[in-house]
Design a protein around this ligand. Structure first.
Ligand code: TEU
Ligand code: CA
Length: 538
């Protein structure tokens, strides 16, 4: 598909720039490194890349704390390097999506520096400032996602400011029209430089209750409450506000001034994510697509996938989801779901077959195509504030952010000639691209084959998805209709399963541990098959 609908059903590839390819030997990945390696992504068969933040940043949250929205951090390169990256990507037929972290800036952004300097400067109202309660405590009970209160006292201005994440990430005040305009201006800058779209960080956090009411406490009815206190409240007043929707329309109107651009939102809300994904992508006037953390969870069960996917389409028949199983915020799925792996990467091979069989767009996370697991790190090796704060209950996100490995025989996996910012360990290096790329039995080859199969199979690329009853632990659904229809059957366990399949003609396309005998399909551990019902469709 080309034209303005290119994103529908597309397969994106997320690059974490710090960890993809270092070009200048300082141990940190950079834009020239990415440009040099883009053929890897094109050879996989992907439609585009999503680049995690590359903008100037003090890196308190590894670039998700931006101190200049319209430049490139010198660690990563220059605007000229960025143009070269875009040109190379477009030559290879790859779209380029950049991250926009617009809920909050860095505390070192000149806007915040000015805002905190007094209560009456021109940017005094660009962030969310409030007086303390009479006893000196914060204005309300809102928590930060990263621990502690969402309010920090500023001794200079002598008020509290709101930060949904780190204290180094003050929340912008979207109730101020000047802030809205500044955000749109920054987006226009990148549209003018030829980006094909944006991944909008924390897209449901932009607005908050103007009266700053306390959030209600959640009840756990005898269940064990979650580790992170953030999840002890219903975030009724601090995010996912109705005002958000109107601003998303403004972002879309801007984007639509340019041909073939796309908006992808990240919805971070444990309670209403699926509903919000639907609301934000319906009506063809807000986001094109959205993702949540639902499929990035620990659950690899038929019930869970059915619930998330049915939940989405039931609420938003004209919306559009993006599904992924790993990203830079969660433990890699080969590790999260290791208990469901029958060995030799069988789980990882099945997971990508399953993901690519879903209706929607797909995002891969760098390294998953190599079958990478999370890297085991020592506390002393951590950089992520989440891990540093919550260790060992939560080891943070460094384990999924270690460098991409290109060359098995190189001590640093071909990632850098210097000292990498996070270590390259032997378990990761053994799975380098160079030992997999020519090997027809490798997981990398399997990824390429699966992506090609999805692209060549109209039912998988564009067909409607419908679940079919099957006993646990089998997940079964059809894609498409008529002669093109595919019956997709997955055994999400390590025990063999028998599935009655009356009227089925044959197994088609890539499969694993699958055998069709008469009217019965046998699926071994982590087995799956795509079936055709009509001989004509074979
Ligand atoms: O993530 C938003 C978000 O909800 C995450 O904080 C998530 O809950 C957490 O990572 C799970 O451990 C986005 C970015 O993807 C993340 O990298 C940033 O740290 C965060 O926003 C703040 O910008
Ligand atoms: Ca570098």
């Amino acid at each position: 598909t080309g034209g303005s609908d290119w994103w529908r059903g597309a397969v994106l590839y997320q690059i974490y720039p710090r960890s993809f390819q270092d070009d200048n030997g300082d141990g940190i990945g950079d834009l020239p490194g990415i440009t040099r390696r883009l053929d890897h992504v094109a050879n996989l068969g992907c439609d585009g890349i999503w680049l995690s933040p590359i903008f100037p940043s003090p890196m308190a949250d590894m670039g998700y704390d931006v101190s200049d929205y319209v430049d490139i951090d010198p660690l990563f390169g220059t605007l000229t390097d960025f143009s070269a990256l875009i040109d190379r990507a477009h030559d290879l037929g790859l779209k380029v999506i950049v991250d926009q972290v617009m809920n909050h800036s860095s505390n070192l952004h000149p806007w915040f520096v000015e805002s905190r300097s007094s209560r009456d400067n021109p940017r005094a109202d660009w962030y969310v400032w409030r007086d303390p309660k009479p006893d000196g405590s914060p204005p309300n009970n809102w928590p930060s996602v990263f621990g502690g209160p969402a309010w920090t006292w500023d001794g200079e201005r002598r008020q509290y400011y709101l930060h949904s994440f780190l204290a180094e990430q003050p929340d912008l005040n979207y109730l101020n029209p000047d802030v809205q305009q500044a955000v749109l201006d920054a987006m226009r800058f990148w549209l003018e430089r030829g980006v094909d779209g944006f991944r909008l960080d924390t897209v449901n956090y932009f607005f908050y209750d103007p009266e700053l009411r306390d959030n209600p406490a959640k009840s756990f009815k005898g269940e064990k409450p979650p580790v992170n206190h953030y999840d002890w409240q219903l975030h009724l007043y601090s995010k996912s506000r109705p005002e958000n929707v109107e601003f998303l329309r403004r972002m879309r109107a801007l984007t639509d001034e340019y041909p073939n651009r796309m908006l992808l939102g990240e919805v971070g809300d444990a309670d209403q994510a699926i509903e919000l994904m639907g609301e934000y992508t319906s009506g063809n006037d807000k986001l094109h697509m959205a993702y949540s953390f639902d499929m990035l969870s620990d659950l690899y069960t038929p019930d869970h996938f059915r619930e998330v996917i049915n939940g989405f389409w039931a609420g938003a028949p004209d919306g559009w989801p993006l599904w992924s199983m790993s990203n830079h915020d969660v433990v890699r799925h080969a590790t999260r779901w290791a208990a469901k792996d029958s060995g030799n990467d069988a789980l990882a091979r099945q997971a990508i077959a399953l993901l690519l069989a879903f209706e929607g767009s797909i995002c891969l996370y760098q390294g998953e195509e190599l079958g990478q697991t999370d890297t085991d790190l020592l506390y002393s090796e951590l950089t992520d504030p989440v891990g540093l704060r919550f260790w060992p209950a939560n080891k943070g996100r460094d384990g999924c952010r270690t460098p991409m490995v290109w060359v098995a025989q190189d001590p640093q996996g071909g990632f850098t000639t210097g000292t990498p910012w996070l270590p390259v360990k032997p378990a990761q290096a053994a799975r380098a691209v160079d030992v997999q790329v020519e090997n027809t039995a490798s997981i990398l080859t399997h990824y390429r084959r699966m992506i090609a199969y999805r692209r060549a199979t109209p039912a998988l690329a564009h067909g409607k998805m419908r679940f079919v009853d099957a006993p646990d632990p089998v997940l079964r659904f059809t894609r498409g209709a008529g002669a093109d229809a595919l019956d997709c059957v997955f055994n999400l366990s390590t025990n063999p399963q028998r599935v009655p399949c009356p009227g089925t003609a044959a197994i088609t396309g890539p499969s694993q541990a699958a055998e069709l005998t008469g009217d019965e399909l046998t699926l071994g551990p982590n087995g799956w098959a795509f079936l055709v019902n009509d001989r004509a469709g074979k």
